[in-house]
Design a protein around this ligand. Structure first.
Ligand code: NOJ
Ligand code: CA
Length: 665
């Protein structure tokens, strides 16, 4: 990681309150407080208050394991607290500098079985987290079968979630009272009755199953993703751990407003600092690709008369990228294996793909090639080829690879498993670590839900785990509703960068006439700012971009690495307006997307430097724009603006806008 600014104030205070009863820890501003206690049976519990109100009532903590029931029978050995005030610099991100300000409380406990377990709490101004810590001790292993962790919210709030068995997390998020939910993937975004938001997730998932959540008896309970047996049946076992170990962090952002929720960096702060020493090779990039054609059915992955990844096509894309300030080109279907989706080779191209020629051309043009490794869900086979595959890509000057695991149940070294179970989590981490050795960044499709691991491994740049744009290409039941992209920034994107693939410029597909992208062209520009990814794809075909070169100008200009980011305004499921400052200039970019109802908004420019004047290039929906009837109606206009100005803008149904604010000399 680049210049890092860390300072730890190790203030080891013995708690004044008597241990074993109630102990408390507050956020640095004193407004968020977490209390811990043991019940009479020695069951650990916590509760949380913010601004003097109880947000989470006494809720259970602990684990069940084959060896021990670690949900009660505890006594407190000691409590200690710490205080941390620091700041660190991201390699890439929505923000250059991140503040980490929290207070910590460690409760060390002894179980009646003789086992030691600590719970470490961290409280930030905008939320809290805790994790289970098993120090080195006589016992050496633990087979976790359940986690008792619960979140007993004090009211039946409205929550946004997708069901836990949503394949690849590619589902539509729905809102309902917590009590009416079935099972939920983590994260869950909660609209608190009476105002404010809670975002329940986990951080630093490194060697553990992903958490899921479900409501029961008034609480939100944890369900860890299980292992599968030889017959691909769900087992009771969830995690196999050697001691000592820490569980992932269980975290909840508690924000008074949506802008505050979006600005929270708790998840990144809870992850370990960067483990990659030299990060100079990790580069945020915009890319185009031989990709949308396959989803729209005008090209194929496998070799044949309309094969996409040919030398000639790739040369055309590389030259187009060079001309239009696009740093990289992805090519899918360049390698053997697509006929059967079995036995993919990651080192052998089809014979109409000249890797040497293309890699030399790319280097000559200064454009990167993004490799593609679809595994068809055979993670075990991929692991066998990993070193050789990455050495091959590195030898051809390739510094980024898109990976894929199309199969709801993947084959890992442990047999058929759920990708978000412990075995899958281990596989994804092995991929990131191995890729780092070869200076390769990863854009992972069909991933386990991100938990901020990109702080530790910044070569884990983007991930799918979302119902992406591709659904608009082939989903004959209506694609992604216009509201979808107004929900994602407050749900999935909160968990980490998303490879949504914005930028469709042609909305009809004669080859799949039942499909439709539910957006206006301006909405597609707004997505470049609203859905964050440091590897940001402009997904449409070069020929479609050249039908609207004036609008494509925004895609040429917009960066994908930011100095600052903020939510200007928004409502989950209705609209959102984001503003982000370029990391490499003083320019700002504003993007907005809207759901079905047309809307008038007023955008204050208070984020701008008060002393400066900016040239605003505004790309907005025309008066007659509408995603269904007239997606191509847009206006591009330029004007001089200052921080005191406000922009009144119209958004069509399924519309949006994009603004470049260039600081004048
Ligand atoms: C699913 C991925 O999400 C998509 O982007 C890719 O084109 C296909 N798999 C083929 O690998
Ligand atoms: Ca996918």
């Amino acid at each position: 990681m680049k210049k890092r600014l860390y300072y730890l104030l190790p203030l080891l205070m013995l708690m004044a309150a008597s241990c074993g009863q109630q102990t408390k820890v507050s956020s640095p501003d004193g407004k968020t407080r977490v209390a811990f206690q043991l019940t009479e049976s020695g069951a650990p519990q916590y509760c949380v208050q913010q601004d003097g109100k109880t947000v989470i009532d006494w809720s259970a903590l602990g684990l069940q394991a084959t060896e021990q029931n670690l949900t009660n029978g505890f006594t407190v050995l000691s409590c200690s607290s710490d205080k941390y005030r620091g700041q660190w610099e991201t390699v890439w991100g929505e923000e250059r500098m991140i503040d980490d300000r929290h207070n910590e409380m460690t409760v060390s406990m002894l179980h009646s079985s003789g086992m030691r377990m600590d719970i470490v709490f961290r409280v930030f101004d905008d939320g809290f987290a805790f994790r289970y810590v098993f120090p080195e001790q006589e016992a050496v292993e633990l087979t976790v079968t359940d986690e008792a962790t619960e979140y007993r919210f004090t009211a039946d709030h409205q929550a946004w979630s997708i069901p836990w068995r949503t394949d690849y997390y590619e589902g539509l998020w729905s809102k309902a009272p917590l009590s009416a939910k079935d099972t939920m993937c983590s994260p869950v975004t909660i609209e608190l009755l009476g105002g404010g938001y809670a975002f329940v997730h986990e951080a630093a998932l490194e060697d553990y199953p992903a958490q899921n959540l479900y409501p029961m008896n008034g609480a939100l309970k944890t369900y860890l993703t299980p292992w599968m047996d030889d017959n691909a049946q769900i087992m009771n076992e969830k995690a196999y751990k050697w001691l000592p170990f820490n569980s992932p962090w269980r975290m909840v952002i508690l924000a008074r407003s949506l802008p505050e929720m979006v600005a929270s960096r708790i998840m990144l702060n809870l992850n370990e600092p960067c483990r990659i020493e030299d990060t100079s090779w990790i580069k945020p990039m915009k890319f185009i690709g031989i990709w949308w054609g396959m989803h729209m059915k005008s090209m194929t992955w496998e070799q044949g008369p309309i094969h996409g990844a040919t030398t000639a096509n790739m040369e055309r894309y590389l030259r187009f990228a060079k001309e239009h300030n696009i740093q990289a080109v992805l090519a899918e279907g360049w390698n053997l294996g697509w006929e059967t989706w079995e036995n993919f080779s990651f080192t052998e191209p089809y014979d109409d793909w000249d890797m040497d020629y293309l890699s030399n051309l790319a280097q000559e043009l200064g454009v990167e090639i993004i490799g593609h490794n679809e595994t068809g869900g055979n993670a075990a086979d991929y692991e066998e080829q990993l070193e050789e595959a990455y050495a091959y890509h590195q030898a051809h000057g390739i510094h980024a690879i898109k990976t894929g695991y199309v199969s709801p149940i993947i084959r890992t070294v442990d047999g058929l498993q759920l990708n978000k179970g412990q075995s899958g989590v281990r596989h994804y981490r092995k991929v990131i670590e191995t890729a780092a050795k070869y200076h390769i960044s990863i854009d992972n499709h069909e991933p386990v839900m991100p938990t901020g691991l990109q702080r530790t491994y910044p070569n884990l740049m983007s991930q799918e785990g979302v119902r992406g744009q591709e659904w608009n290409a082939w989903n004959v039941s209506g694609g992604n509703p216009a509201s979808h992209v107004t929900i994602l920034p407050f749900t999935r994107v909160m968990a980490g960068p998303v490879d949504y693939t914005p930028g469709v410029f042609a909305f009809e597909n004669p080859l799949l006439p039942q499909t439709r992208v539910n957006a206006t062209l301006m909405n597609q520009l707004g997505l470049f700012v609203c859905i964050y990814s440091p590897l940001q794809m402009a997904c449409d075909l070069p020929e479609n971009y050249m039908k609207h070169p004036d609008a494509f100008r925004f895609i040429e200009d917009v960066p994908c690495d930011w100095n600052r980011s903020l939510l200007v305004d928004g409502k989950i499921g209705e609209y959102c307006i984001f503003a982000r400052q370029d990391r490499n200039s003083e320019d700002w970019y504003i993007g907005a997307v809207n759901a079905d109802e047309p809307r008038e908004v007023c955008v204050p420019l208070t984020m701008l430097d008060k002393k400066a004047c900016y040239t605003a290039t505004i790309y907005r929906d025309g008066d007659n724009a509408d995603w269904q009837t007239n997606p191509y109606d847009y206006v591009i206009e330029e004007r001089e603006v200052r921080a005191a100005d406000k922009l009144d803008l119209h958004m069509a149904g399924g519309g949006g806008f994009a603004i470049r604010l260039k600081k004048n000399e």
